[in-house]
Ligand binder design. Structure first.
Ligand code: ADP
Length: 440
């Protein structure tokens, strides 16, 4: 492993892993601080997905340090594993720098620096593709300052200050500095020089301006020798090339998946507009079953009825099970049950259904909906995922660690084209390697 990553939330972790995979690094995402004997042989990068963005700063620091310790000991396994020096550690947070005044970006970054015996890092959440840019230390979301964007009203981490040097300084003990846009424009050597100068002046963390992907690549190149990097997933754009230049990365076409043989199914628990269109499109060609929260409350055996329905229908063609409904139906269910209970009933049922389907031999599963995906992954006891080929932007096939091997596509509700579901399964044909390993 040449890059160890600690992400402060789940979707951010997969986003980062997807970027690294597209850059040619074999990447695995692990959920939570992994158990000691978990191994991911063959990984160039490991991303540990924490849920540490909006918890107390002390807890975020503890979890992040535990993740770091695991990464430092994640040798080729099996035990006893020796502590190995990973070339680089990446602390990943949101491209809108989501944090409270007390943290958690500053405290976690400083704790990681201390644990690594380092005294300087950069902070760059920019993600130009998603319209997050930094100019003179100010973070813009599209055409407006962060503090004027909808992030101002975020329920957990309202962002009311767009000047990132000030935000980071409020939550840090060490000095915070800035590497401005004009330096980044001059190229990697200029950025490196600025880092050295700021470091010598006693700055511990430098916000770095970035307006374009090209800037992120420049910054990535300038950071090749930094032990710790902190930023959004965009900062990962330039990293694979550093490792390639240093001869640490084997040539490969990133993102292939082994063949996973078994039945195929789609579980849709998202009610987002894109998922509604995708469900309608698949219903025209496939066998389907609809569940709804009111029905679930009235019939506690619903999940087993769905599975009874599914059993004789599993074969060469994927089946569809969905709770996707239009806003009127969702409103009706929420009025009858309350928003939370309606959601919980569906998520629990989808988890049970997924588990039942896997017990019946389903090995290829598309799940629509962020919360729904979380519920399904935890019901299936998935500890980690390899990232594979992208189906649509931001939605790759993934391949679960452990037994039985599953191909999972976990789709955020509003992602993907209308024919996403059936298109996804058409990508699943690469032959497994002779030794059954991933992507080589
Ligand atoms: P998205 O990615 O589109 O936000 P999620 O899975 O994250 O999708 O969220 C959808 C939420 O709506 C889940 O909590 C799910 O259980 C709930 N839900 C799904 N179907 C219905 C329905 N028919 N009525 C009410 N709530 C529903």
């Amino acid at each position: 492993m040449i890059l160890g990553c600690i992400a402060d939330d789940f979707t951010g972790a997969t986003d980062l892993a997807n970027t690294l995979t597209r850059g040619g690094m074999a990447t695995v995402v692990l959920f939570g601080v992994p158990r000691e004997d978990l191994a991911a042989p063959g990984a160039d990068a490991i991303v540990i997905a924490l849920k540490s963005r909006s918890i107390a700063a002390g807890d975020a620091v503890r979890q992040s340090l535990a993740a770091l310790t695991w990464l430092q000991q994640a040798g080729p396994g099996p035990a006893p594993r020796e502590s190995t020096a990973i070339p680089q550690i990446f602390f990943k947070y949101c491209s809108t720098f989501d944090s409270t005044d007390a943290g958690n970006i500053g405290p976690v970054a400083e704790a990681l620096l201390a644990a690594l015996g380092e005294t300087f890092t950069i902070a760059c959440p920019a993600f130009p593709t998603n319209k997050r840019t930094i100019y003179r230390g100010y973070l813009f979301v599209g055409d407006v300052l962060l503090s004027e964007s909808s992030m101002r009203y975020h329920p957990l981490t309202p962002m009311t200050d767009a000047l990132l040097t000030r935000v980071l300084q409020r939550q840090s003990k060490g000095r915070v500095g800035l590497i401005a846009y004009d330096v980044v424009e001059r190229g990697a050597a200029a950025v490196r020089e600025a880092m050295e100068r700021l470091h010598a002046e006693g700055v511990r963390m430098a916000i770095v301006d970035a307006l374009t992907d090209a800037h992120l690549v420049t910054i990535g190149a300038a950071c090749a020798r930094l032990k710790l990097l902190t930023g959004g997933s965009g900062l990962a754009l330039g990293l694979p090339e550093n490792f390639r230049r240093a001869g640490l990365l084997r040539a490969r076409t990133g993102g292939a998946l082994p063949a996973v043989h078994g039945h195929a199914a789609v579980i849709a628990g998202s009610c987002s507009a894109a998922t509604q269109r995708q469900v309608a499109e698949m219903k025209r060609r496939s066998q389907w079953f609809e569940i709804d929260p009111i029905g679930l409350r009235e019939d506690s055996a619903s999940a087993s009825k769905v599975l009874q329905w599914a059993r004789p229908r599993l074969g060469r063609e994927p089946i569809l099970i969905y709770s996707t409904a239009d806003p009127g139906a969702v409103e009706k269910a929420q009025a009858a049950l309350g928003r939370e209970q309606a959601g919980r009933l569906i998520e629990t049922a989808m988890g049970e259904i997924a588990k039942g389907l896997v017990d019946m031999g389903v090995r290829q599963l598309v799940v629509a909906g962020g919360e729904t995906s979380g519920a399904v992954a935890s019901a299936l006891g998935v500890e980690g995922l390899w990232i594979g080929e992208e189906i649509d932007p931001g939605v790759p096939w993934t391949f679960s660690l452990g037994e039985p091997p599953l191909a999972l596509a976990l789709k955020s509700g509003n992602f993907g084209t209308d024919d996403f579901f059936l298109k996804a399964f058409q990508k699943l044909e690469p032959p497994m390697n002779a030794d059954g390993r991933f992507g080589e």
